[in-house]
Ligand binder design. Structure first.
Ligand code: AP5
Ligand code: MG
Length: 220
């Protein structure tokens, strides 16, 4: 199964990606997480990514993202399928992704588009806390850790993402509207897209996703 999760920043793609990945036993590939990890580790790739100012809400150029995705989906854990969280994010990325899959005789099965009112999204950003060690995501009220401020998995001190600063959030939402929102129509036209109401509780949203995937006439 090959899935794409679409939706504005902060809507809950990563939260659902973790659940879907566990449930269907396929890896979740977040381009944003790949970039943050490379920056944190100070690799050559990370230093290159840093120049594109993702901390200010700007996009990484399409060709750089595509190269990273091409390499990642050839790793052995992707043989049974994979889930893309935050990729493709532009029409050219979607077109190249389609070609990339075709070269491997693979096809995208479904695109799940998460939608929620802007007020909910803003609340989610302001309360999000992440673990700098393992990337686990929490929310101070909606998904609090067992011990305030500490990661349930590894005990590390939770942090705010630099791009969750309100000024950067505004920019990310603008970039989403300009570059990513057109993908909704793009995938609607191909019949692959279904929209899920992401304003509900995480468990309820996940239930909708599973119901949708179980009842899907697979595009194969
Ligand atoms: P990326 O890391 O993908 O960020 P994003 O798309 O902006 O989305 P977020 O991770 O901020 O939000 P999310 O939808 O995953 O929400 P989450 O589950 O955390 O990308 C970061 C940057 O990298 C981009 O801005 C760009 O610069 C660059 N980049 C990445 N991919 C790229 C590409 N393909 N091309 C070019 N550049 C690229 O949830 C948010 C909060 O809400 C959490 O606190 C969570 O606990 C809470 N929450 C989640 N679900 C619910 C719910 N149902 N109810 C209540 N609270 C909830
Ligand atoms: Mg995310």
């Amino acid at each position: 199964m090959i899935l794409v999760l679409l939706g504005p920043p902060g809507v809950g793609k990563g939260t659902q990606a973790s659940r879907i990945s566990l449930h269907y036993e396929i890896p979740s590939i977040s381009t944003g997480a790949m970039f943050r990890d490379a920056i944190a580790r100070g690799t050559e790739f990370g230093r290159r990514i840093q120049r594109y100012r993702i901390d200010k809400g700007e996009f990484v150029p399409d060709e750089v993202v595509i190269d990273a995705v091409r390499e990642r989906i050839h790793e052995p854990d992707c043989v049974k399928g994979f889930l893309m969280d935050g990729f493709p994010r532009t029409i050219p990325q979607a077109e190249t992704f389609h070609r990339l899959l075709a070269e491997e005789k693979l096809r995208l099965n479904a695109v799940i588009n998460f939608s929620a009112p802007i007020d909910d999204i803003v609340t989610r950003f302001s309360g999000r806390r992440v673990c700098p060690v393992d990337g686990s995501t929490y929310h101070i009220t909606h998904q609090p850790p067992l011990q305030p401020g500490l990661c349930d998995v590894c005990g590390a001190q939770l942090e705010q993402r630099p791009d969750d600063d309100p000024v950067v959030v505004k920019r990310r939402l603008e970039v989403y509207t300009e570059k990513t929102a057109p993908l909704v129509e793009y995938y609607q036209t191909s019949g692959l897209l279904r929209t899920v109401d992401a304003s509900r509780e995480p468990e309820t949203v996940f239930g909708q996703v599973v119901a949708l995937l179980e009842g899907w006439q697979w595009h194969i």
